[in-house]
Design a protein around this ligand. Structure first.
Ligand code: SF4
Length: 96
């Protein structure tokens, strides 16, 4: 896998995130971590951040207990992020 192959964040329904616009994540890449596969890139500081013409990739994932995790990278074709146990969780997480 190369950086180009990293999966996209297909949709993100976290309305309060500064990287979110029209249910799309515009960070360059996100990191998924935490006890509930939370999005570590989520931030709510108002305004709009990120890259307007780019959809975020999953740059890294710390959830080695997910079936899609391969060497701390995500091997899913794409992921969905939304509210879960945390304000922003990876909803594509599948426990091994
Ligand atoms: S699907 Fe699994 S491996 Fe991919 S980002 Fe979500 S928790 Fe991490």
């Amino acid at each position: 896998m190369t950086v180009i192959d990293l999966p996209e964040v297909h949709t993100c329904s976290v309305e309060g995130c500064s990287y979110n616009s029209d249910a799309a994540c515009h960070a360059g890449a996100i990191t998924v971590s935490g006890a509930q596969a939370s999005c570590g890139t989520f931030i709510d500081i108002g305004g709009q951040g990120g890259l307007s013409k780019t959809l975020a990739k999953v740059g890294a994932c710390h959830r080695i207990d997910c079936a899609h995790n391969d060497n701390l990278e995500c091997s899913a074709s794409s992921i969905t992020v939304g509210p879960g146990a945390d304000a922003a969780d990876c909803l594509t997480y599948v426990p091994v």
